[in-house]
Design a protein around this ligand. Structure first.
Ligand SMILES: [Zn+2]
Length: 83
């Protein structure tokens, strides 16, 4: 069971390596199929923008699906250093 960050409520990863592995797993995700069993290409939907960032509150790393702008705004506001 993963630790959760008290500030962000997100799963906490000990290292950026661990966060990156988790991110890759999420990116691969399960293939999507429509009702006829045909595989639906990811590109047809909005591509997942998963990134990880260092959290200065818990000293760990978290994953986020935010878009770049939101991510940047959050960094600016909270002073959390991106990776
Ligand atoms: Zn945290």
């Amino acid at each position: 069971m993963k630790e959760k960050c008290r500030v962000t409520g997100k799963t906490r990863y000990e290292s950026h390596t661990e966060a990156r592995v988790a991110m890759e797993v999420l990116r691969m995700d399960k293939p999507h199929y429509d009702i006829s069993g045909k595989r639906v290409k990811h590109r047809q939907g909005q591509p997942k923008q998963i990134r990880y960032f260092y959290c200065r509150f818990c000293g760990g790393y978290h994953l986020t699906k935010w878009r770049q702008k939101e991510y940047r705004d959050y960094n600016d506001r909270e002073g959390i250093k991106g990776v």
